[in-house]
Design a protein around this ligand. Sequence first.
Ligand code: AHR
Length: 504
Amino acid sequence: MRTAQLTIDPAFSIGPADRRLFGSFVEHMGRCVYGGIYEPGHPSADSRGLRRDVLDLTRELGVSVVRYPGGNFVSGYRWEDGVGPVGNRPRRLDLAWKTIETNAFGLDEFMTWAAEAGVEPMMAVNLGTRGVQEALDLLEYANHPGGTELSDLRRKHGAEDPYGVRLWCLGNEMDGPWQVGHKTADEYGRVAAEAARAMKMIDPSISLIACGSSNRRMPTFASWEATVLEHTYEHVDYISAHTYYDPSDGDQASILASAVDMDNFITEVVATADHVAAKRRHKRKLKISFDEWNVWYESRLQADLDRRGWVEAPALIEDDFTAVDAVVVGDLLITLLRHADRVGVAAQAQLANVIAPIRTRNGGPAWRQSIFHPFALTARYARGTVLRTDPVSPRYDTKKYGDVPVLDTVAVHDEETGELTVFAVNRDSTDLPLEIDLRGLPAMSGLSFQSIVAGSDPSAMNTEAEPDRVTPRDLPTPTPDGGRCTVRLPAVSWSVLRFGPANA
Ligand code: AHR
């Protein structure tokens, strides 16, 4: 039987596991806002219309940062439409998703929701149909203490204290021809630099994110980043990356290797940013904000858009995720952690209903999709320092990514508690014995071994009728002997193994 080996040593540290890696995304798209996080009149909604069942699940998911309000939506959005008395707010056409936007939910409601959810807000400004002035206005409304027209307007609307939003995205996917206000890299780079410079004059404490590529397959990928950063490097703190993996073609071997592609994508964006830094003599290293990533049955989107005219909050891309999709999501999180030295923020897209870990029915329940579980467990246990693990693994062949390892891993060591957590994916359709060598750490005993197992029922999914079909399974906890142990990773699985000091 094929086996794999893993040696863990705290000397091989990558960097801290930043909480901001466990971000999510709320876009005015489909039923993410309306019927997702916000549904006045719902049995669980509070007096402001915030669904408490979704708030509870958001907290359980362990989300740290939430990006808002888009996405493609932001490129046609006027933020002023969404503040002030709800009865006065205009109904608008949202060109991105062919939807009527009622503006019943806007910036102030989002900030209230974020505070209730205990998450850090991350705002995007519209650099599609709008520009520097509107970005400055929004920042002044959100972050300036008072004594100016826009900051006093916020106070009049009930928010006495500034929101203090630290993370700001300079537009969204501006490289995409589908984007309202799509630009060339030079056009975008110029406006992003101008907006960034002026925004930091209002609030120098903010961190700014320039748009990178919408995915690694974009024909402009890498040259886009290079050109944009030539314009913006000294003014911004992050370059964004987005990626979605589509399992629609049924090629399980390839979809399970999606993280190999994400890994290469990150390496290439880092190389491009470092090239610009070297060329322009910048000492500061730029980080990546991986602010949209997920599994997405993307080929179904067009059918959703073709089916209807202009309507309010239609069901859009409400993908039901399988057990295999959960394994892929767990592996994408492993990849983000492995690059913790250069990926500083990440946001899974999206939070509720729209390709989301949380699903709801209007007027009905909310439930956890299969992909909820690897996210929640990673956010809970990835605390401390990320360690480099160079596993020895059997390999297999994929159509999309060629020859790839069967095993993918990362480890996180919490120096305070002494606990060590190993995250591991077995992409193979047979069980994989994994020998773990922990001799570099003080004597450890096993604490738990949980797995999302897809091998026996790859297409299993959680639905309203069966919300707990895919959940983490408890497996026999390993007992290290002389600093070594062997565990059996189930066929097609994502696992989390926890160890703690033996004498604690
Ligand atoms: O998350 C769905 C959409 O995917 C976002 O609006 C856009 O940024 C991306 O193309």
